[in-house]
Design a protein around this ligand. Structure first.
Ligand code: BMA
Length: 333
């Protein structure tokens, strides 16, 4: 990747998102849109059901102790056009008590028939888990399954493949691969409860702009050519120290895209060698909790062929970029 050297050598030379990407000229949701205490509004999942867009976003709120905010909740928003959002007064919560769970965050939504399923990251007293649940009335999550620790960044495909539900996942091996060297996997289930047939899709070493970890982003979108699949890819910039509100933040998160085989979703049939979306706006680069973070969690294919990509920027705001579906397919070589 020739282009990657430029930015880190000099902050003045900015890298650019792929030419086919159009970013909205402002974040699509910020704390100013939220009718309850909110500081960081980001990493949302988005789906479309009966013509209406539904978003579940992460909200970190309360006092900042120098490292993190007091709490994390999941907010819900609705939209008729995917751009202007109305945030519900009601937060999402889990059905019933689960004393093992500390917090849930980074939701991804998948509409299947007339139901919405949610994947989420889950901090528990015995490790990080990935959860799959069903939404009830936009207010409660019924947990269907929790993948064993450490694992997160789950994203559920919008339909069964060869009779089974399919889930992207990102296990976090700590002994065998090196620090934070995490890869992208897939598994399947007959009932969204029992998961098996775990297979590697792609390793960190397969992404030219990653030297740290990679992970699933939004639930894949079905096209004639394959499953259009976003992922995030992390590179470390050791020259950086303090950034945003954190003492030290050296990671650069970019979004990448690939096509997976329709019948065999662990087979990559095309991948773009360049990053798809990078931080190149002031609200993505500076003044956030972190900087240099693009974290996509939602992708919608419109009848017009436009693809809406929702991404958290610098762990502070939620943003929207669009591209034509055929352009996205054609850059996956
Ligand atoms: C990951 C998660 C995300 C976050 C990202 C970048 O490890 O914690 O919630 O957006 O880091 O900070």
């Amino acid at each position: 990747m020739v282009g990657m050297e430029r930015k880190r050598q000099s902050e003045e030379i900015m890298e650019k998102s792929h030419d086919i990407i159009k970013k909205l000229d402002r974040p699509v949701l910020t704390k100013a849109d939220v009718p309850y205490p909110a500081e960081l509004v980001f990493n949302a999942g988005v789906c479309k059901l009966d013509g209406r867009y539904v978003m579940v976003f992460r909200n970190d709120y309360g006092a900042f102790d120098g490292k993190k905010f007091e709490g994390t909740s999941l907010g819900v928003a609705f939209s008729d056009d995917g751009i202007k959002w109305d945030v519900s007064e009601k937060l999402l919560s889990l059905c019933g008590e689960n004393p093992e769970i500390k917090r849930i965050y980074d939701p991804r939504l998948t509409a299947i028939e007339d139901e919405i399923f949610i994947c989420f990251a889950c901090d528990t007293y015995h490790g990080l888990m990935g959860g799959v649940g069903r939404l009830h009335g936009f207010s409660e999550i019924e947990i269907l399954s929790l993948l064993p620790p450490d694992n997160r960044n789950l994203a559920l495909f919008p339909e069964k493949v060869n009779g089974n539900y399919v889930l992207l996942e990102r296990p976090m091996p700590v002994y065998s691969r090196g620090k934070d060297r995490f890869d992208m996997w897939v598994c399947e289930s007959p009932d969204l409860i029992h998961w098996g047939n775990h297979r590697l899709i792609m390793g960190v070493e397969d992404v030219a702009y990653a030297d740290n970890k990679i992970g699933p982003a939004a639930p894949p979108v079905k096209t004639e050519k394959g499953w259009l699949t976003l992922f995030h890819a992390v590179e470390i910039d050791p020259s950086r120290g303090k950034n945003g509100w954190e003492d030290k933040w050296q990671k650069i998160y970019r979004a990448g895209i690939m096509l997976l085989d329709l019948e065999n979703p662990c087979a990559i049939i095309g991948k773009c060698d360049e990053p798809l979306i990078v931080c190149d706006r002031d609200y993505e680069l500076d003044n956030g909790f972190r900087r240099d973070v693009i974290f996509p969690g939602g992708m919608i294919l419109e009848d017009s062929g436009e693809v809406k990509i929702y991404y958290g920027a610098s762990d502070t705001v939620e943003c929207l970029a669009t591209a034509d579906v055929n352009d996205l397919i054609s850059i996956c070589k």
